[in-house]
Design a binder for this molecule. Structure first.
Ligand code: OFO
Length: 165
């Protein structure tokens, strides 16, 4: 049985994971429009992953006798100056999500809700992987550079990262 406070916090996070999925789906449309097939596929796949994160939380809340609630989800931005700016925003968003997961973990620990504490460990590990993944993308963008045909090679490198997953 979850406390009211924990249900509220977990439900807020369900909405955030939904937003993450919409954010990357919207970004994939931007990439598609720019002819960046690798980035499009990568972001599209990541949007699906985020939906998985949302479902996992959604099920957990329901399994513990509370009701999962989807809150209001704001529209994600749709304009980016460059592929570099887009992935910088992705990285910043993932760091923000990591902070939110850390807050949840701290709250579960404080309440001695060890079931939720244990459940959240999956998200802790996942955030580590995601920050690493998007740091890799930013590194590649920095190395290749966006000038000239750089964007073509960045797109190829991002598509390759998806194949390695
Ligand atoms: Fe990108 O990990 Fe969920 O939000």
């Amino acid at each position: 049985m979850l406390s009211k406070n924990m249900v509220k916090r977990l439900n807020e996070h369900i909405t955030l994971e939904f937003y993450s999925s919409n954010l990357y789906l919207q970004m994939s449309a931007w990439a598609d429009l720019k002819g960046l097939d690798g980035c499009h596929a990568f972001l599209r796949a990541h949007a699906e992953e985020e939906m998985g994160h949302m479902h996992k939380l959604f099920n957990y809340v329901n399994e513990t006798g509370a009701m999962a609630l989807i809150g209001e989800i704001k529209a994600p931005p749709s304009e980016y100056k460059s592929v570099g700016e887009l992935f910088q925003k992705v990285y910043e968003h993932e760091c923000f999500i990591t902070g939110k997961i850390n807050e949840l973990v701290a709250a579960a620990f404080k309440e001695q809700d060890f079931s939720t504490f244990n459940f959240l460990q999956w998200y802790v590990a996942e955030q580590h992987e995601e920050e690493y993944l998007f740091q890799q993308v930013l590194d590649k963008i920095k190395i290749i550079g966006e000038a000239g045909s750089g964007v073509f090679f960045i797109d190829r490198a991002v598509g390759e990262l998806l194949r390695q997953k």
